[in-house]
Structure formats: structure tokens, C-alpha cells
Ligand binder design. Sequence first.
Ligand SMILES: [Zn+2]
Length: 131
Amino acid sequence: MNNRKLGISGICTHCRNKLELASWQINAIAIRVDIVCPHCNQPLGLKCSRQRKALKNLDHLTTLRVSMLIFTASSMLVALVLEWIGLISVLAQLNFSLIMFYLYLYTLRRTREKHRLTLTLQAGGKKSQAQ
Ligand SMILES: [Zn+2]
């Protein structure tokens, strides 16, 4: 089992403790399987549809990060080739590469901010096998 922390945390509504969720716990929440709170042993699930939608949107952010990396690298390569051919100057190529690099860093930062999610996990429901 992968226990890597993803920066997504949850708050137990029963004992008000904050939980740092591992990837398998997030997967369990996403497929509507209750997880057990390590503090009060209550089964916890995500009932809020708005938070469930935010959790699903994280998949799109991962795709955005990868596609932005490919887009940045390919556009910098095109600028380099254009400079070699002689269509643009060295300064224009450097400026374009710098702008693309900053755009990539900005996208990376925005996706990291969106990844810091705190889910309010409601107690109740049946206890699952996952702990
Ligand atoms: Zn609890």
C-alpha cells in the first residue's frame, strides 16, 4: 500500500481532530468507502458534494501540470530552433524562454495551492475493513 502524503487533510466532525490523509484513504473517500478515524475510531465519510467535486478536480490538475511541462519544453525548443535558423534574435529567444518558464512556475504554484485541500469528514455509516 502506498502511504505517501498528498497534502490533502481531513477534519473529523466527531472529535474535531485534523487527519493527514494518505493516498489510499483519499481513494477510499473518492469511491465512497468510509475510513476509520485514528483518534475516535468512528467511520468517516465525505458527504459534502461540493468537497467531493473539488476532490475529483484534483485529477484534472495533475493532467494540467504534465501538459504544461510538455507545452513549455516544446515552445522553448521551437524558440531555440527559430533562433538557430535566424528568424528571431538571441535576446528575443531568451525573453520568450523566460516568459514560458515563469508561466510554467506560476501554473505549478497554482496547482500546488489547489492541492492543499481540507475535507470535512462526517462520522456515521458502517465501519469498513480499511483502517
Ligand atoms: Zn475522530
